[in-house]
Design a binder for this molecule. Structure first.
Ligand code: SDX
Length: 470
């Protein structure tokens, strides 16, 4: 194994050892439940906290222990010994791929990474003025260029029977009296309509695993293209020789990454790939549960991930570290943040009340890269981060279960790789699209449209007051 790979793998293995010493691994399996007998009793807090929405075999987040498992494999083992392609395949199909399956999967991703038409459409928009996640969400919708099977079925409705507007009930073939033509006249579907494109492959039916592969490949191409276009450069075609992590960096920078940078990005993509019923995964599943299609689902996952309480936190963390500016100011900054009941970005978690296992890997990786870079500003930010972590954990760790989460060190790591902060969250999406698509596919096997309740606490029978008397 090349020296640099060895360095990085050793960092992961050391983090794993440290975690295993603190986590009672045997306790974890006792938390995994037997198949659910619906309906289930669960105590539900605001924001559906504690609500059980479905069964899954895809991933398990052990909040008490601070442990994360994908399809039964511990995240530390996957980071140390596998690649993002293997993990994405694992999440989608339930098993790690053998060499033959992996090479088939990789060649599918290589094929789907080419998005010339989508990028041509995307470049028609003022991306330099847009939020990168807004551009990414639009890009995934543009990937769904072809009419899907469902669109084609809906289009088969004979529109000549459709009333063209509310107030007339004549067949739209008749000219509406007094008008040259109805304002919203539907064209006769038979008259000179371009021959409907026949859905050529299951991709266009916007269902099935091919669309998931298309999106896993495409979100990385879109992210890299958006990064370049926003900085005034043209997108770069993927290199079929490179893997997923390396291609992401190559398409962003135009330079083949070092093996070390490739390995670090691969581990970051593995760490962010899936995480239970987090807000963006749930958003993607809710959209899919209406039988909408996977492209719209992933678009809603991207929309949810954009929020600073969710995926956008790593960008906010860098802003916090820059705001503190000096390790000596950490205590004063923290005291005023607590006084103003300010949420400290990169800390706390709805599920983890222990150290986020992903932060256990990202922290030493950030430390390694920042110190290797020799960049004085980055080293200063790292010192501030470590001082802030000590301060927050001492104050809120044991008492409130507030520890660093996945976002606290990822920003420092990405910026030491030369990645601009506005691309941190899109890179989160590049990884999470595997978890989103896997959980949508799994849920659709026994789909039931999501429809929770709200407790009505308003007035119930008010007498109507006419406008004149209001
Ligand atoms: C991700 O769900 C997932 O799995 C998400 C994720 C994934 O992989 O998909 O893990 C990715 O989203 C990581 C989280 C990134 N967000 C941040 O770092 C933003 C800062 N964190 C907080 O906003 C908060 O911790 C949340 C949103 C992450 C979780 O919030 P909860 O579970 O709704 O907790 P809460 O807001 O109800 O807070 C409970 C208490 C409150 O104190 P009291 O009012 O009871 O006195 O904990 C305090 C909060 O004030 N608290 C914090 C805090 N987080 C919680 N206090 C200071 N700083 C914080 N960061």
């Amino acid at each position: 194994m090349p020296k640099t790979f060895e360095n990085i793998t050793n960092i992961v293995l050391e983090a794993a050892d440290k975690a295993r010493k603190e986590i009672d691994a045997d306790k974890i399996s006792s938390y995994v439940s037997a198949p659910v007998e619906w309906p289930v009793e669960c105590t539900v807090g605001p924001g559906l906290e504690g609500a059980i929405a479905c069964e899954t075999k895809i991933g398990y987040v052990s909040g008490k222990q601070g442990n994360l498992v994908y399809r039964g494999y511990n995240i530390f083992d996957l980071c140390a010994h596998s690649t993002y392609e293997e993990v994405a395949y694992l999440l989608l199909h339930g098993n790690l791929p053998n060499a033959e399956r992996l090479s088939e999967f990789k060649s599918k991703l290589a094929e789907f990474r080419y998005l010339p038409k989508t990028l041509r459409l995307l470049m028609g928009f003022p991306l330099e003025d847009m939020n990168a996640m807004a551009a990414l969400r639009m890009g995934t919708n543009l990937m769904r260029q072809h009419q899907t099977e469902r669109d084609l079925m809906q289009a088969k409705v004979d529109r000549t029977k459709v009333i063209s507007s509310d107030d007339d009930s004549v067949d739209t073939h008749e000219k509406v009296r007094g008008e040259q033509r109805a304002v919203y006249e539907f064209r006769d579907p038979k008259a000179n309509r371009p021959a409907r494109r026949k859905a050529k492959r299951d991709l266009q039916q916007a269902k099935g695993v091919e669309s998931c592969y298309h999106l896993i490949a495409g979100v990385s191409t879109l992210t890299a293209a958006i990064a370049r276009i926003q900085r005034g450069s043209l997108p770069i075609e993927p290199d079929p020789e490179l893997g997923h992590a390396a291609n992401l960096l190559y398409m962003m920078t135009g330079k083949r990454p070092t093996r070390e940078a490739e390995r670090v990005m691969d581990i970051a993509l593995i760490l962010h790939a899936d995480h239970g019923m987090n807000a963006s995964t749930f958003a993607a599943m809710v959209v899919a549960s209406t039988l909408s299609d996977i492209y719209f689902s992933i678009g809603s996952g991207i929309a949810a991930l954009n929020g600073p309480l969710h995926g956008g936190a790593n960008e906010e963390v860098l802003k916090t570290l820059r705001e503190i500016a000096d390790p000596k100011r950490v205590d004063g900054w923290y005291a005023s943040a607590r006084k103003n009941r300010r949420k400290i970005m990169g800390f706390g978690h709805r599920v983890y009340k222990a150290y986020d296992p992903r932060a256990r890997v990202l922290a030493p990786l950030a430390d390694y890269l920042v110190n290797k870079s020799g960049d004085a500003e980055a080293k200063n930010l790292l010192k501030i981060a470590s001082g802030l972590e000590t301060r927050v954990v001492a104050d809120l760790g044991a008492s409130k279960g507030i520890f660093p989460n996945v976002d606290f060190y990822s920003g420092l790591m990405y910026s030491s790789m030369g990645i601009p902060s506005e691309m941190f969250t899109p890179i989160f999406a590049v990884s999470r699209v595997a978890g989103w698509t896997a959980r949508v596919l799994e849920y659709m096997k026994s789909n039931r449209i999501f429809r929770p309740r709200a407790t009505y606490v308003g007035e119930i029978s008010r007498g109507f007051t006419p406008l004149a008397d209001r």
